[in-house]
Design a protein around this ligand. Structure first.
Ligand code: KG4
Ligand code: ZN
Length: 342
């Protein structure tokens, strides 16, 4: 059933309330005329004891968090409900139960406020998180998007014209961090902990095989196996005695794989404006390596601030702002989708 509504006409400035609930962060953000006015994120610690996100628990936690998080975002932005021009939500991809909570909440608000609803692709939003910062990249630019579920090189021609020109054929870079961290006995999510321990370790202490994957695609499943076989050959107590060196060497390998493909993407496209995005873009080794590569090869590099790297609603809001300008709205019967075609 198609649900067409007459929208309420609001003032000439554009205020958007955005909701992100694709995985285990409940987040709300208010964006006014393309500038982020607030961004609140509630993390879900309930998953730590299980070593990964438990979908059922994530949905329940979203149900508990969504009202307070939205209220905080509205009040921090000094935003009245009557001034909202559109409601945006993460439509795909993600955990279906988690997406449903955000989608239903957004629909209810859009329906009651008589404003349009904007469905946002989570991975597109990660890329456009780079537009929040000043200075921001101009188009066209390349973006390496590295998260817990995705690893992509994206060619962005304009805010809504993005093309994936390379991606992983198996694990994502975030999974490579989390799975190798698990082998080291670190809790989930292990990526930030590897980053932490790597700071005092020697990145050349141990070497792990890098995959030989053609063109701009990636593979990370072999790294996990290579670390597993390496650890199986060691004496008891080896991990405890060498944790910083192990973390630094694993991080060095992952970052190397990523930066090599970025270099190839620059060579192939001739585009020298290069961004990173997604949870793994919070990694200090990757941030430094991008900066170094930029200086060495004459690229202009952009890195979102930490709060816009991992999942957040500000990136949904900025994407929704560009969709609003194009009147790119969805009907109220639009469903979320666990997997989404770009
Ligand atoms: O983008 P994100 O918050 O959620 C997804 O959409 O997946 O990314 C989460 C991923 C996790 O794998 C986490 O371990 C990784 O980002 N991550 C990091 C760091 N911070 C988050 N990996 C390495 N170093 C970090 N500092
Ligand atoms: Zn994400």
């Amino acid at each position: 059933m198609q649900t067409h509504l007459k929208y309420r006409v609001i003032s000439s400035s554009i205020t958007i309330l955005a909701i992100e609930s694709s995985c285990d962060e409940t987040s709300a953000s208010v964006c006014k005329d393309g500038k982020i006015a607030s961004n609140f994120i509630a993390n879900q610690s309930v998953h730590e004891q299980y070593g990964g996100v438990v979908p059922e628990l994530a949905s329940r936690a979203h149900m508990q968090n969504i009202v307070p998080v939205v209220q905080q975002a509205l009040s921090a932005a000094n935003c009245q409900l009557s001034s909202i021009n559109a409601i945006a939500f993460t439509q795909a991809p993600g955990l279906i139960g988690s997406l449903l909570v955000g989608a239903q909440f957004a629909k209810s608000m859009a329906l009651s406020l008589h404003v349009p609803l904007i469905g946002v692709h989570h991975m597109q939003a990660h890329v456009l998180a780079n537009l929040i910062m000043e200075p921001s990249p101009s188009f066209p630019f390349l973006c390496l998007t590295v998260s817990g579920g995705h690893t992509q090189i994206v060619l962005a021609r304009s805010p809504l014209d993005l093309e994936v020109i390379g991606e992983t054929i198996d694990d994502a870079a975030g999974e490579a961090f989390d799975k190798t961290a698990k082998l080291l006995g670190l809790p989930y999510p292990g990526g930030p902990l590897i980053d932490q321990y790597a700071k005092t370790g020697n990145p050349k202490a141990f070497s792990f095989a890098e995959p030989k994957i053609p063109e701009l695609n990636f593979s990370f499943s072999g790294l996990k196996t290579s670390v597993l076989y390496f650890l199986q050959k060691q004496q008891p107590g080896f991990i405890q005695d060498h944790l910083p060196d192990l973390c630094a060497s694993i991080q060095f390998t992952i970052v190397n794989i990523l930066i090599k493909k970025l270099k190839l993407a620059v060579q192939q496209t001739g585009i020298k404006q290069v961004c990173i995005a997604g949870g793994v873009s919070a990694n200090s080794g990757l941030r430094q390596a991008l900066k170094d590569a930029g200086q060495k090869h004459g690229w202009q590099t952009y890195v979102p601030s930490f709060e816009y790297c991992t999942d957040n609603a500000a990136m949904i809001a900025i994407t929704a702002y560009h969709k609003y300008l194009q009147k790119d709205f969805v009907d109220l019967d639009a469903g979320p989708s666990a997997r989404a075609i770009w």
